[in-house]
Design a protein around this ligand. Structure first.
Ligand code: MTE
Length: 326
């Protein structure tokens, strides 16, 4: 309610109102080589070995070797250049423009824990490295379609959300999964914008969470997921608009009631709970019929369910009366 009163006086700027020129693409490599160079550990490169002691404080260690690509979900489009995908981001905790990657580097990725709790048989708190060691990591090339009508295609590394939920056991009275992003006041300047309903909350149904496409992302382009893309752990459900993909998660809760999500709390007439991609249902302020590909700038037609209908359409049988498309 306080938020509504505020909105009468303060105009909340939105990402799509910011021109692309304000984003500052930069030749940045966030990978292991750069980290090693910064550490002056060039000789280690020759052997490929990285002693634990050489890890920069707060940095994520390299992912394990031999993570294979799962070809079941073809990316279809050309993969977006790593530089583009890691320098053109939405992460409002660090600011409302697309060039937050610099500010995001201040967020330490270690130590990091994620709690899985609520209506589960055994609530657990996982250290991220323990989780990475336990989970069946694979690479999946998924498209990402932002509600702002741009898209990219990224080789993500992660594991099915269902594998994590199996670890805790979902009770039959759980109906929704709630994803909570870290709220770190010291490193996230966006949190000072107190009219936003922090922390960033997203959610889906238990049935959606159980769909094999629901992917917990821990890496991209063969490397640990960088801060600006939601490292060390985010959710990605590629048939939904990108705002459903909560980043840098610290808590995943199984609940009975449908959670109020971040954008829904801010503007329910524009951002709904389901947010499935549909070219025929316009956003109140722009068309969703096509999207601009980040990198090439090419404009391509948008597909229903972002092209993943074959896997997810059955989830919505009988729900036609719901506002599934916004
Ligand atoms: N998660 C948090 N915590 N905060 C955000 O501002 N933005 C969302 C989503 N997840 C956002 C977030 C939006 S609008 C999009 S399109 C995607 O992240 C963008 O992911 P990317 O930067 O990896 O492309």
């Amino acid at each position: 309610m306080a938020l509504k009163r505020f909105r009468m006086h303060i105009r909340i700027p939105r990402g799509w109102e910011i021109s692309d020129r304000e984003a500052t693409p930069e030749h940045l490599v966030f990978g292991r080589r750069a980290a090693l160079k910064a550490l002056g550990a060039g000789s280690i490169l020759a052997t490929g070995a990285l002693p634990a002691a050489a890890q920069q404080a707060g940095a994520a260690p390299p992912l394990r070797d031999g993570i294979a690509r799962n070809e079941a979900y073809p990316g279809v489009r050309a993969i977006t250049a790593e530089r583009e995908a890691t320098t053109y981001n939405n992460f409002y905790e660090f600011g409302t423009d697309k060039g937050i990657f610099r500010a995001a580097q201040r967020m330490p990725l270690r130590p990091w824990t994620v709690k899985v709790d609520g209506l589960v048989d055994t609530p657990k708190e996982f250290g991220i490295d323990d989780l990475l060691a336990r989970m069946p990591l694979e690479e999946r090339v998924y498209r990402l379609r932002c509600v702002e009508a741009w898209g990219m295609t990224v080789p993500w590394i992660g594991f099915p959300l269902s594998a994590l939920l199996k670890e805790v056991g979902v009770r039959s009275d759980a109906k929704f999964v709630r994803f909570e992003t870290a709220a770190l006041r010291d490193v996230m300047p966006g949190l000072r914008q107190s009219w936003y309903p922090w922390p960033y909350i997203e959610a889906c149904t238990v049935a959606e969470a159980g769909n094999d496409l629901s992917f917990m992302v821990v890496g991209a382009y063969g490397k640990p997921l960088p801060q600006q893309n939601g490292g060390p752990l985010r959710i990605h459900q590629p048939w939904k608009y990108g705002f459903k993909a909560g980043k840098s998660l610290v808590r995943i809760s199984l609940v009975a009631e449908r959670p109020k999500t971040f954008w829904e709390a801010i503007q329910p007439s524009e951002y709904g709970f389901w947010a499935n991609v549909n070219p025929e249902v316009s956003h109140p302020r722009w068309s969703q019929a096509s999207e601009r590909l980040i990198g090439s700038g090419e404009r391509v037609p948008t597909q229903i369910f972002n092209g993943y209908g074959e896997w997810v359409a059955p989830l919505y049988m009988g729900l036609q009366r719901e506002r599934l498309w916004a």
